[in-house]
Design a binder for this molecule. Structure first.
Ligand code: GUN
Length: 283
């Protein structure tokens, strides 16, 4: 029977570890803080931001909330980021994406000081990851590494196929799996014969946003299957990129949706905040 990797449980373990550490730091009067910036009225973003603030509260991290109207100009947002960069009481800065269309997202990402870039989106963070020097790592891929390690799954020497090449998941995931000594393939929408490429994988990581597209035809017997999808099926029910029921009998381990990769993203954001504090306080 396949192991169903419980991301909710593992994320709670991580949150408890952080809470313990922030508690000890508070005894020394050191407080960890995250600035959370939300521009506009995107309903999904509002939910994500609310969950991030709730996680901060649980983990003993102070969240500073900046909610700005849809009409905020790019220069107003850049001015706020500049202030947060200079504020020694702010350890991490998170600007929720997507931003309204009139704001250049890349410019905003690049304005965040790399030492406060807890999302790991700054080009310096991305470059650091690719050459293997310290830096913040995008939260979803970092969370997947934790899921594997805490489930006793080694990637060393294994064939890893990542379906999806986004800057937030696919590309950083590839770098992390390479760091874990896997042999890595990034597949994408133009890949020829995706099924046979995926069937080579000892570890298959899907991040395509296509509901239930990966059925058992894509799976090598005994593979580990990690599903980053947060999709909706034909009935509007939350599902992943993987056809869970069809794949389950063929794999050795699998993440469910919901309750797999999803909860890990916020747990790793909390980890990055604590890391930012340690870097800034040189502890
Ligand atoms: N929008 C969707 N996912 C993310 C994320 O991980 N970080 C930020 N800042 N915005 C997002």
């Amino acid at each position: 029977m396949a192991l169903i990797i419980d991301g909710k449980k593992i994320s709670l373990e991580i949150r408890d570890e952080i809470r313990e550490e922030t508690g000890k730091l508070k005894e020394k009067e050191i407080e960890t803080s995250l600035a959370v910036v939300l521009v506009g009225n995107d309903p999904a973003s509002a939910v994500y931001v609310r969950n991030k603030k709730k996680a901060c509260e649980y983990c003993g991290i102070k969240s500073l909330s900046y909610e700005m109207p849809e009409t905020t100009s790019e220069s107003e947002l850049l001015k706020l980021i500049d202030e947060l960069n200079c504020n020694n009481d702010v350890n991490g800065i998170l600007v929720q994406l997507p931003l309204p269309k009139h704001i250049n997202e890349q410019k905003v990402i690049e304005a965040i000081l790399p030492s406060k870039d807890v999302d790991g989106f700054h080009p310096q963070s991305v470059g650091a990851l690719s050459i293997g020097i310290p830096g913040f790592v995008s939260c979803t891929p970092a969370g997947i590494i934790q899921l594997l390690k805490r489930s006793g799954i080694s990637a060393s020497g294994k064939e890893c196929v990542i379906a999806g090449r986004s800057n937030i998941v696919g590309k950083p995931m590839a770098m992390l799996m390479l760091r874990e000594n896997a042999t890595v393939t990034i597949a994408h929408s133009k890949t020829v014969d995706l099924k046979s490429v995926c069937k080579r994988a000892d570890i298959l990581i899907t991040a395509t946003g296509r509901p239930k597209m990966f059925n058992s035809d894509y799976i090598k017997e005994g593979a580990v299957v990690i599903d980053c999808g947060m999709d909706r099926d034909e009935n509007g029910k939350l599902c992943g990129d993987v056809d869970f029921d069809d794949v389950l009998p063929h794999c050795s381990a699998i993440t469910p949706v919901p309750g797999g990769v999803g909860p890990m993203t916020i747990a790793m954001l909390m980890t990055n905040c604590l890391e930012a504090l340690k870097i800034q306080h040189r502890i």
